[in-house]
Design a protein around this ligand. Structure first.
Ligand code: FES
Ligand code: FES
Length: 157
């Protein structure tokens, strides 16, 4: 068991007094906080369904990173701010522009991978100087896999 850690989930401060050192951020989010928008796919860092945002102060800058919650241990959040897909809506309920674009451009099919894609895109938008070239965006999303759509239709027999 570790001693307590402190971090923010969204804008709410959390202090967790004791927990298993192998407790993952994904299990804590889904089981303890019922934040089930963060999905469990592979549970080994390959699919991106569990992508969340972790923000840290580095020097005098806030650095936003998209991370796989299934391979982050809870203790790694100490001193950070964590955002899940549930945090993206405005207080008035409006979707984040990335979510709105996904709706308007039919960016999802079954939706299982969608929160992870959205979180990776939000992190990319927060990256200073991020290129809007297609290759750069594809690279930024390379860790997110969609199993049910996104493939070109076959030409048939
Ligand atoms: S569930 Fe975390 S990367 Fe697949
Ligand atoms: S929309 Fe179904 S897995 Fe991506």
């Amino acid at each position: 068991m570790r001693q307590s850690i402190r971090f923010y989930l969204g804008n709410v401060r959390h202090e967790i007094p004791a927990f298993s050192p192998t407790r993952t951020v994904l299990d804590w989010l889904r089981e303890d906080k019922r934040r089930t928008g963060t999905k469990e796919g592979c549970n080994e860092g390959d699919c991106g369904a569990c992508t969340v945002l972790v923000v840290r102060l580095e020097g005098d800058k806030l650095v936003w990173r998209a991370v796989n919650a299934c391979i982050q241990f809870l203790w790694m959040l100490d001193g950070a701010q964590l955002f899940t897909v549930e945090d993206l809506r405005s207080p008035e309920g409006a979707l984040h522009p990335v979510q709105q674009a996904m709706v308007e451009l039919h960016g999802a099919q079954c939706g299982f991978c969608t929160p992870g894609f959205v979180m990776s895109m939000v992190a990319y938008c927060k990256t200073p100087g991020a290129s809007m070239e297609e290759d750069a965006i594809n690279t930024a999303l390379a860790g997110n896999l969609c199993r049910c759509t996104g493939y070109a239709p076959s030409c048939g027999p």
